[in-house]
Design a protein around this ligand. Structure first.
Ligand SMILES: Cc1cc2nc3c(=O)[nH]c(=O)nc-3n(C[C@H](O)[C@H](O)[C@H](O)COP(=O)(O)O)c2cc1C
Length: 243
């Protein structure tokens, strides 16, 4: 381990994190660390700071843990996890979050340039609703508007209903990553999963209709046999380019 202290540095954490599929059932697991790492995860960057995410903790003591593990297709990463964290996107909360951002801007900019405040307020009052609201045919209308505007100047093209979902999932995934690095820094292992029955998980957790599950993360102290082989990545030259 490098660095001036015994604590792993940022790049040690990145290198040491692996998706671990079998967790130790015997060693102590501090569930408070999950809470701590989720509180760090919400500091992840997210689109327009709308924070359209939710995190559901399902510890081993929960009666939902076993059925939820089964809905993760019975993967060992779920059945042996000491806690499962379900990361969820919540598009429908956009009005509430826009309001919260407006209140924050009002407070934050109260002693500064009123023009700056007006611009920031206008973003949440005018642009944000156009992106997140749902009306019949609105997705197509937005795309047509973007296409026309884009004829004359640079324009954000990712405005369809699907693009909104992608945007929500991008932000949720960044929180998921922050959470996993947090757990690694605290000496625990994780396994992100998208192999689950989303429809049944939604029902089991009684999630709202608009909720979409981004991923489910198994947490615990990994066993050596829970790491399936040495790490593999394609050559950097195949994925990193300079233009
Ligand atoms: C979005 C996402 C979904 C994943 N789903 C699963 C899964 O359902 N089951 C599983 O065992 N691993 C899953 N993984 C873990 C990947 O297989 C793993 O990250 C990849 O093989 C690289 O290995 P590493 O994480 O150890 O570096 C998932 C990872 C991500 C990011």
């Amino acid at each position: 381990m490098k660095g001036k202290t015994d604590k792993p540095g940022f790049f040690d954490i990145i290198n040491e994190r692996r998706s671990v599929r079998i967790f130790d059932q015997e060693s102590e697991f501090d569930h408070a660390v999950v809470q701590k790492c989720l509180e760090a995860a919400v500091l992840a960057p997210n689109s327009s700071n709308m924070q359209l995410w939710e995190f559901y903790r399902v510890p081993e003591s929960s009666k939902l843990k076993a059925p939820l593990s089964r809905l993760c297709m019975g993967q060992k990463a779920a059945t042996t996890a000491r806690e499962l964290v379900v990361i969820v996107t919540r598009r429908k909360l956009w009005k509430i979050r826009a309001k919260a951002n407006l209140a924050y801007i009002r407070e934050c900019y109260k002693d500064s340039d009123p023009k700056k405040q007006k611009r920031a307020m206008s973003y949440y009052r005018n642009l944000v609703p156009k992106f997140y609201a749902k009306y019949p045919f609105w997705s197509v209308v937005k795309q047509v508007i973007a296409w026309f505007v884009g004829l004359n100047r640079p324009m954000v093209r990712q405005v369809s209903g699907c693009d909104v979902r992608v945007s929500l999932h991008k932000s949720a995934a960044l929180a998921a990553m922050t959470f996993m690095y947090g757990m690694q820094a605290e000496g625990y292992d994780t396994c992100p999963m998208e192999g689950f029955d989303s429809k049944r998980v939604k029902k089991l957790l009684n999630l709202p209709k608009d909720a979409e599950i981004n991923m489910i993360i198994g947490c615990g102290k990994g066993l050596p046999e829970g790491v399936y082989g040495r790490r593999f990545r394609v050559a950097n030259e195949e994925v990193i380019f300079e233009k």
